[in-house]
Design a protein around this ligand. Sequence first.
Ligand SMILES: Cc1ncc(COP(=O)(O)O)c(C=O)c1O
Length: 454
Amino acid sequence: MADVRHKFLLDENEMPTQWYNVIPDLPSPPPPPLHPGTLQPVGPEDLAPLFPQALILQEVTGERYVDVPGEVVDVYRMWRPSPLYRAHRLERALDTPARIYYKYEGVSPAGSHKPNTAVPQAFYNAAEGTRRLTTETGAGQWGTALAFASALFGLECEVWQVGASYDQKPYRRTMMEVFGATVHRSPSELTAAGRAILAENPDHPGSLGLAISEAVEVAAGDPTTRYALGSVLNHVLMHQTVIGEETLLQFAKAGEAPDVIVGCTGGGSNFAGLAFPFLREKLAGRMSPTIRAVEPASCPSFTRGVYAYDFGDTAGMTPLLKMHTLGHSFVPDPIHAGGLRYHGMSPLMSHVYELGLIEAIAVAQTECFRAAIQFARTEGIVPAPEPTHALAACIREALACKESGESKVILTALCGHGHLDLAAYDAYLSGQMVDEEVGEERFARSLAELPAVP
Ligand SMILES: Cc1ncc(COP(=O)(O)O)c(C=O)c1O
């Protein structure tokens, strides 16, 4: 009886051993990153100071599938395949005819989807002789994942944690340190980018764009150090497709196909990881789900940003990326979903959105936490603040089904647990969480600083 089954599990040997690259299946490729000086497409030599060759090749590959190295498969098996759940109790609480499924990535050592790319990034760096990795972290999830992966492959790891998260989540820092990483509050005095910001505003809450500038600056200045990014880039999104490939197999076991897929987007990696294998099936005419990204109302790059070339970081050190952006100088309010406070969106997700293959909505954080509480009290999992956005959209859809009487199949990505985010729940439960309305003038100010690209 499919209706009473809660978990759809795969055996270890059913785990997919190839990542999926959606680009060859799209009607056109995404526009290339540009060198900010020459405005020409960046070449491998431009990226070599920051990334190992294997990842640069994956960034530009035209192959539809890329083999997961055996050493990475071996680590993935510590927690993968991850479970797909049917949310029977949430469905009953909502009194909806919809059938709700969630793919749960909180079973990983870091507590989120982030190790799916941290592990291969650490593996390829170690294989090419990197001594140390630097990175940024917003929520602390990515930093934890990279610290864990670095420990497995014998790399040093140095993390710039966005100031607001560093203050809100002291135990994330401890967890990174347990895995052997060094953690700095960003903006820091250790880099020119950090010092410049602190000189202007000593109380700056930090942002992902700024923490990226600091980590990139340190990596670019040391030939034994490279930089690792937890989202946004093509190879990161590709590593995450292990999520969607597993989910397709699990849906086959459930005898279902999704009508709607919703997921949260910061830089776009967890959602692309879930959705791109389904998009492949949709483009091939084998299923037809609506695919909807959910972003925070306070950092709405899809729904209120522009599609333009912009820097990936605040200080303007990265190549120019064609993406939905609020402007690289935009500093989002310090909301609790620290992993969604990024001014831009992955160029690949942005391109897919421009092609009309996905939709996007923005949701304010109190609705998200209301949804998360309802989810926790029925399904028993305390979600990370980021996927509360996915759950809010999922509940909206399930209630629309209640109105219309449709029994749609809704799939969502529960990309992490919130065990180290309880301060956010405390703020919600004690009535202190607020929704800040972001006025057009704030976007206009940062959009005025977009680099001029003809
Ligand atoms: C749990 C969690 N979900 C989502 C995100 C957002 O990133 P992405 O859109 O790349 O999945 C983050 C980023 O730190 C995160 O920690």
